[in-house]
Design a protein around this ligand. Structure first.
Ligand code: SF4
Length: 398
């Protein structure tokens, strides 16, 4: 590992500050109106503890885990390895929930977008993006309702942060998507999966809701349940440097970084978090990221904005900056939204940029916008549904 001189104690203080701030936006307790406890989102240890507290044997936790996360059961009566009286006891005290589907839309390209509603009425969006050529696809999940970061090209960022999502609400997005595609029990080994990868790239900055996101990811990775390997999970961040280190140490999932600019003055404007964690620090954190290798490259997301960040000189500067990092660069043509201050780069500018990056040995795919007709493309989530509601409820605010 390169010595990039991360000041460990400073980072620790900064992490404590971030986690304290996160707690201010904590989700409500995962309990139904009639007082039953949600079991989804508990760690294995927590599950065991609540079952024991309810007077059950510790081994029940393994059975219940299997039924929840491997079989996808939402009804205790389906748990055929558990005796009927125990099933009834479980149903009295607990619930296995899913977020409610407030709306679902399927694009002409088969991308599907759900607006999920949680117990307190807050909502977030999840998108399933099927692979065009194979029977698999990615589930793009949200980590927060709204976002604090206000990236200038992002429609989602215009919606203020309402709260963080809980672990149950995060892993529940994936489970509800699986319900929709009938993908239970969890496929094993080489069995193809329709919902084969998870990207934490929806609404919100996942590293500003780290503990809930980490818990949900650990549940999704558990081999006796959903069983997604860490190679199939990507966490996308705008560059919360101290938490990137924590994520690498704890989870070692794939990392994607929203870079979008090669100069601090421009990135300060596009991704205001850059004022706190500038490009050099973000790239140093990438160099330290333990899971990065040629087999598991860090993805740099780069949104193509006409005349703003798309010149050949910027492509050359990009390859200079990321030299030595096992990386690929995803070029994302900007998805315009009403009132956005940018335009999409021309196809010629995108091709030229991609060619320069590619010639330097970095794969540089241009992301085909998916689900544009249902506003499911990058940076478009949630606000449209909120806007529609605002239009219905209180007259169009524009
Ligand atoms: S790009 Fe991501 S981090 Fe930035 S405002 Fe949008 S949702 Fe938030």
């Amino acid at each position: 590992m390169a010595d990039t001189g991360a000041p460990a104690d400073l980072d620790e203080a900064e992490r404590a500050r971030i986690l304290a701030k996160t707690a201010r936006f904590a989700p409500p307790p995962a309990v139904t109106a009639d007082g039953r406890r949600e079991l989804v989102g508990l760690s294995r240890e927590e599950l065991k503890a609540v079952l024991v507290e309810a007077g059950m044997e510790p081994f029940r936790a393994k059975q219940v885990w299997h039924w929840i996360y491997y079989q996808g059961a939402t009804d205790f009566a389906r748990m055929s390895t558990i005796a009927k009286p125990t099933q009834a006891k479980l149903a009295e005290r607990f619930v296995i929930g899913r977020p409610e589907v407030a709306a679902v839309q399927t694009s002409t390209d088969e991308t599907r977008k759900w607006l999920f509603r949680f117990r307190d009425g807050q909502e977030a969006e999840t998108v399933y993006i099927p692979d065009k050529w194979e029977d698999r696809g990615a589930v793009c999940m949200s980590s927060q309702v709204g976002c604090t970061l206000a990236c200038r090209f992002c429609h989602t960022g215009t919606q203020v942060l309402a709260r963080n999502l809980g672990a149950a609400e995060i892993v529940g997005q994936f489970m509800a998507a699986r319900d929709a595609y009938g993908e239970w029990p969890s496929p094993k080994g080489e069995t193809p999966r329709l919902l084969s990868t998870v990207v934490m790239m929806g609404m919100g900055e996942p590293l500003y809701n780290y503990e809930n996101v980490a818990k949900a990811i650990r549940i999704a990775m558990d081999g006796e349940g959903i069983g997604l390997s860490r190679r199939r999970i990507t966490l996308s961040t705008s560059g919360v440097v101290p938490m990137m280190d924590r994520c690498g140490a704890d989870l070692a999932v794939n990392l994607a970084v929203s870079l979008h600019a090669v100069r601090d003055d421009l990135r300060d404007e596009l991704v205001p978090l850059n004022r706190k964690y500038p490009i050099r620090e973000v790239l140093d954190a990438c160099r330290r990221y333990p899971a990065a290798s040629n087999a598991r490259r860090i993805t740099f997301e780069y949104i193509m904005l006409k005349g703003v960040n798309d010149s050949p000189a910027e492509a050359h500067e990009l390859i200079r900056l990321i030299a030595g990092i096992p990386a690929k660069v995803n070029l994302i043509p900007f998805n315009p939204w009403p009132g956005s201050p940018f335009e999409t780069s021309t196809p010629a500018a995108i091709d030229r940029f991609a060619e320069i990056v590619n010639d330097a040995g970095f794969s540089s795919p241009v992301r085909t916008p998916r689900g544009r007709d249902i506003l499911a493309a990058c940076g478009q989530l949630r606000t449209e549904s909120q806007r529609q509601r605002a239009g219905t409820d209180a007259g169009e605010k524009g």
